[in-house]
Design a protein around this ligand. Sequence first.
Ligand code: AMO
Length: 439
Amino acid sequence: MKSEDELGDWRRTHYSTQITPELNSREVTLFGWVSSVRTQGGITFLIVNDKEGSFQVTVVKGKTSGEVVEKVAAVGEHASIGVKGTVKTISKAPNGAEVVPSEIKVLNLAKKPAFSVFGGALPSIDKRLDIRAVDLRRDKAQALFKIQRVLLRSLRAFFDEKGYSEVRSPKLISTATEGGASLFSVLYYNRPAFLTQSPQLYKEELTLPFEKVYEIGPAFRAEESRTQRHLSEITSIDIEEAYVDYNDVMDTLEGLIRRAASEVADSCARDFEKLKKEPVQVPKAFERLTYESVIEEVKRKREGISWGDDITGPDVEELGKAHGSFYFVVDWPTAAKPFYIKPSPGKPKVSESFDLMHGALELASGGTRVESKAVLVRRLKEQKLKPQAFEYHLSAFDYGMPPHAGFGLGLERLMMVLTGEENIREVTLFPRDKLRLTP
Ligand code: AMO
């Protein structure tokens, strides 16, 4: 006997969550994967999961057709099946009803995976990532990516309602956007090229024709360190907007986070329950600390830091503890920020820039941009970059580039904050880092 069936003309009529007492006696067709098989005195209960939840299929020896009984005997956990049958009200089943099958299709049998997705001791994240498609069947992973789905929908709705155009910029590029380090080189036909670190230059140029743009897309960083917070391929949520400055885009970022957190909390209560986490609290207003005040704060704790130094390691941890939830650090030294960030008019050592933090985790950075070509060329040289390499980008500034500002927000880091996950890999479908390029 052939053990696997073809899908043929079977099509789903309902999802698991629709199998409720109201459907009693209705003929239905459902699909999914088997999450449990339990036989008790001639009765076999199959629990089948689909993307919405799970339903019960009850097979009674002597009552159910012999062919169905035979097929059910062959399936184990993870097998992909189709079920045609009748809904029957039964209080003990998920959603108060089950499916009594008249026909079953075994679409694909399954090997026993190296670990159970149903609980018990989980192997290390690396072992789980090796078979990520199966790992993502775990309840917790399902909850995390349901939250991500709601988050992405909320972000797009926010941008759309505020009149931003969604754009897609090239990912294969000829010059660095954020400076020379941490670029991946690739061969573009027979020429050297790079994977983009950020849509920075393109989103700025696009304010010239479109004024307000956003992009949610991949960015690549050849990070040397393998940490819980760093990936080599990230999803960057970027905006750029004409005729505004960094204070305006901080307001926008605050609004974006507030709305996303509230929509995720409202729509994903069950998912937070599965994660055993509470939705993140978002303060009424995000503190805006100046870099200068932060340096003074660090100085009170330890000596040896002075204006111009980066704030790293234990200092950021301390800062995170002191300021907790979402807060901005603004007005960074110009020299510490990329060439496209605008020095403050009248105080050029300080720039119109910000980082958005949550505790010790940097979520986003942004600022007002330089709109003058002459200043851009000077800033490139100050940062030991060659203006010739940016010729195409610079030429856009010959045609009335509007004053503009924007930010880049890491999707995976935002997910960490919204879900309380500590390892960025848990909120990434197929994470990439220095040691991982598969699956
Ligand atoms: P920046 O380099 O600060 O700014 O990146 C923006 C945000 O992207 C996320 N991020 C990362 N997340 C995980 N792993 C990484 N290796 C990683 N690198 C960055 C962080 C970070 O805050 N062009 C500017 C943005 C702008 O000014 O508009 C930029 O790319 O959450």
